[in-house]
Design a protein around this ligand. Sequence first.
Ligand code: SF4
Length: 380
Amino acid sequence: MPGDERSRAEAVLTCTGPKCLSGDLGLPMKIILANPRGFCAGVNMAIDVVDQLLDICPDETIYVYHEIVHNRHVVARFKDQGVIFVESLHEVPNGAIVVFSAHGVSPAIRTEALERKLVAVDATCPLVTKVHMQAIRYAKQGWQILLIGHADHQEVVGTMGEAPEAIQIVETPDDIPDLEILDPEKVVYLTQTTLSTDDANVIIDALRVAIPTIKSPPSDTICYATTNRQHAVREIAPDCDLVLVVGSRNSSNSVRLTEISKNVGTPAKLIDDVSEVEAAWFEDAETVMVTAGASAPDDLVNDLVIFLFEQHGGVVEQWDVDRETIEFGLPASLKNVMRENGIDPSGRRIVLDRAGDLDALLSRNGIDHRTVDLTIGRSE
Ligand code: SF4
């Protein structure tokens, strides 16, 4: 972070909150909101697919294969609306609508859905699909693929299913001695989209030592949203006493944000929502960073910020590290369902910004806030 920006940010520390005004509750808190944080384009798209199906087909039960995104609150809200989440297509009645989650599925699942005459709506993130396509292409060309990722993650299971005979999974450098390499000149690596860039680089470096001829993918397969949220933590966390990450325990990219923070020396806590906050965490914390994994809804972040301010007073600053304007269009399979229900999909787009304007919310609550523009990167 440029020094003049940092001093500019520190110069605005003000105090209007209840703790500060009481005069006996210690220093007011500086709450730094990382931007970007929270929903990415793929999660927005996947959630909107289910919302639109609920709207288009009010009399039908919507089934979703696996959690639509890895967030407890998102899943609970859909369950409340009647959505049924399944771990096997056998749980879906013949002919029913089933949504494939943002993490993607293997071809075997798509075939099973076809054979069962299910109405499959594919909410796989296009950036996950991109990794699938690369796996298919390399496998067809006779390459061995080393897929860096977590073997039990649904995304990795789905990618693996595209070319199981060509893919070996690498979870840590310890897996490298056990790899079966047929021709070192025809080995390429790919990654899960939501890895820690720190961890992935350690594995890639170790692979390059073991197989110097290993080929890199044509473009980075850790996605822009994962990269940007981690980048913001690396930039901001060193100036903070504590980092709070809003996200669920099974959200890979949320867990990675806590790890990145710890890597740069700042303790971090992963919380599903404000109810999990513990007062003891703030005894020595004057500056607290708040961020959220790519599947965590904004309203949970907003609740946390309001709570912190009510408890500690101080000031809220949003530090803009990267600008994101990426949006994905409606999946073709959703457009088909729209047409079958007499709805013209042209002109319809994914709905964004569900939580409303944070600035307006803070103003309504009388919370002193400002934005610090550090814009280092941009994803369009
Ligand atoms: S985290 Fe990345 S890969 Fe996953 S849904 Fe979001 S944009 Fe897609």
